[in-house]
Design a protein around this ligand. Structure first.
Ligand SMILES: [Zn+2]
Length: 252
């Protein structure tokens, strides 16, 4: 058996809808053309044998799709930048899909969560028993600890709710903080959930919980796996989209 040849990457340009666009052309062992838009722009994956003229023609046919997705990616990047939190008294961040305001409360002896006040449009407020002038880094660490405690308590409650209904049992819950991964499950029955999920509404968090619990029965993404997810959560696709489109604050 010969080793599979590594893909070759080239940088190309094309004019699409009056826009001069650079893209990455990835030649690999595959049968069809593929188009992907990510943080670094457009990538075209092509079989080694396809002529450049055919790739150009395919790009022209996909112009509307490409320009639309590049624009959306640009907006997403801007939203990510806006999600950079300035760690000071009065800072706000998303918590369970709603804004949470952070206040320094030196007069308090322990952290206090104040519910939102819809009449005056005050968001929920987290009062931290920290001195005025607390350094941004210490404030960030205190908020992160509080969010992680909240996340663990909420995840345990949601797992208890869904595991019973799905007929599975978990051995252990661990919190993770990976930038790009929301959860994982191991065949030993342990589950990892990203504490940053606490920024999302509970219905979005529930999708990740159900997804990982379903892996305790099917350790793959086969039709059998998705049938378990579907049975437990008929609107899982919509929730999955909320997870993908959501913007999570940058904590550093
Ligand atoms: Zn999965």
């Amino acid at each position: 058996m010969s080793a599979r040849a590594a893909p070759e990457i080239a940088h190309r340009e094309i004019e699409l809808g009056g826009v001069r666009l650079g893209y990455r052309l990835r030649r690999a062992s595959r049968r069809t053309l593929g188009f992907a838009i990510g943080a670094s722009g457009l990538t075209v994956s092509a079989p080694r044998s396809v002529a450049q003229a055919q790739i150009d023609a395919a790009l022209q046919r996909k112009t509307a799709w490409i320009l639309r997705h590049l624009a959306a990616q640009g907006q997403r990047h801007q939203a990510q930048q806006a999600a950079r939190i300035e760690w000071r008294d009065g800072a706000e961040l998303p918590w369970l899909g709603e804004p949470l305001r952070i206040r320094l409360a030196p007069q308090l002896s322990r952290t206090l969560l104040q519910a939102a006040r819809p009449l005056t449009q005050e968001p929920a407020t987290l009062l931290l028993a920290l001195p005025a002038g607390t350094a941004p880094e210490a404030l960030r660490a205190a908020v992160q600890r509080w969010l992680q405690r909240q996340a663990r308590a909420l995840f345990e409650a949601r797992i208890a709710l869904h595991a019973g209904a799905m007929g599975v049992q978990i051995r252990q819950l661990r919190l993770s903080s990976a930038r790009t991964r929301w959860g994982s499950a191991s065949s030993d029955g342990s589950i990892r959930l990203n504490w940053r999920l606490i920024h999302f509404p509970v219905e979005t968090i529930d999708y990740v919980v159900v997804h990982e619990l379903a892996h305790l029965r099917e350790m793959n993404h086969s039709p059998a796996f998705w049938a378990i997810v579907q049975a437990a959560m008929p609107d899982h696709e919509q929730r999955r989209r909320q997870l993908r489109d959501g913007v999570v604050p940058v904590f550093d």
